[in-house]
Design a protein around this ligand. Structure first.
Ligand SMILES: [Zn+2]
Ligand SMILES: [Zn+2]
Length: 353
């Protein structure tokens, strides 16, 4: 085996250590709760309490494991072949040494793609490693060694990229992990106090119950803050990457570029049908390749009323809208794709739509 290959295998195996750690903690917490608390500690006379604890615990345990499992094993979605350069352009691109001519080739191809964002310098975002034009919100992950659609971040605790294919599962994993810890804390606390104040005798269960409460409380505090942060991001339709570096559109960086109002932002990740929201089944909207932006495709009338509401233009008419149909590099085809015949209009808004 070549040394570099062995090193790679080693690194891959090491990447599973945090996942293994979480699994061991969860397995131990299951044993401590079910066996040490429900079997050994809760008095035989309190059968109703024991059964209700076991039922509630198992519901949250199952939802937590289900969403964790789906976050780990959902393959990160990569750009489709439509974003790769056609053979002729690819050959030209590879032969070409001058960056500006390479950009021209990319621009020509990107014209037929639903791409609205560019680099800070205004260039087409191209991944040399994967040899694709990066769709909006797509980033190359050096750990996964591929481009990941709507990449949020690479999470070591699930040893996977969190992105378009599993962002909903990740949010649910955080939600159910928080609830799992909350259920443990709320039900264990009275026995914790009894052991602590020596109202219950020192048995082998004591160590597990005391430790279970501490660990659950610690995890609860750290996960609830991460969960709140991600729910805030969902409300803003922003990925973690975009929260640190605003996506750049034709008219400059706009951290709210993909925000369409809180209701639509939530639907973007969780889907339109509320019945699927609490289950880790895929219900996010779109295909991860193109996103509706605040450079919205709406008909001019609608845009007028939005601008009037924002006090940007007088009701009587002179429009302030900048039509970006012909001179903007990525519009052709996009408007056909997303507008259903509507005209592409750039709407500059200061506040959240
Ligand atoms: Zn890539
Ligand atoms: Zn990754």
């Amino acid at each position: 085996m070549a040394p570099s290959h062995a090193l790679r295998c080693c690194k891959r195996a090491l990447n599973w250590v945090p996942v293994l750690f979480i699994n061991l903690v969860v397995a131990w917490s299951y044993y401590a709760y079910v066996v040490e608390l429900c079997v050994y500690t809760i008095p035989k006379t309190n059968n109703a309490e024991r059964i209700s604890y076991l039922v509630i615990f198992h519901i949250f345990f199952a939802m937590f494991i289900w969403s964790y499992w789906k976050t780990i094993w959902s393959k990160p979605a990569s750009p489709s072949t439509a974003f790769a350069l056609p053979r002729a352009e690819k050959e030209l691109y590879e032969k070409e040494q001058r960056a500006e001519v390479q950009q021209e080739i990319l621009k020509k191809v990107a014209r037929n793609l639903p791409v609205y964002t560019c680099t800070a310098g205004g260039a087409i975002r191209y991944c040399n490693f994967c040899q694709v034009i990066k769709p909006d919100r797509c980033h190359h992950c050096s750990s996964c060694e591929k481009c990941v659609l709507k990449m949020d971040h690479h999470c070591p605790w699930v040893n996977n990229c969190v992105g378009f294919s599993n962002y909903k599962f990740f949010i649910l994993f955080l939600a159910y992990a928080t609830l799992y810890c909350a259920v443990i804390c709320a039900t264990v606390v009275q026995y914790f106090v009894k052991f602590w104040t020596k109202l219950l005798p020192d048995t082998h269960a004591k160590f597990h119950i005391l430790f279970l409460f501490f660990v659950a409380a610690l995890f609860f505090i750290s996960i609830v803050s991460l969960y709140s942060y991600h729910m805030w991001l969902v409300g803003k339709n922003r990925t973690t990457i975009e929260a640190f570096r605003a996506p750049v559109f034709a008219n400059g960086p706009d951290k709210n570029g993909f925000s369409l109002g809180i209701k639509r932002n939530i639907a973007d990740v969780f889907g339109e049908e509320a019945k699927y929201w609490i289950f880790p089944v895929f219900s996010s909207q779109g295909d991860g390749h193109s996103f509706v932006t605040r450079l919205v495709h709406i008909d001019p009338e609608q845009a007028n009323s939005v601008l009037q509401q924002n006090g940007k233009i007088p009701v009587a008419g002179e429009t302030n809208l900048s039509m970006v149909a012909d001179d903007e590099p990525h519009t052709e085809g996009k408007s056909k794709e997303k507008t259903d015949g509507g005209q592409m209009v750039a709407v500059t808004m200061d506040s959240e739509p």
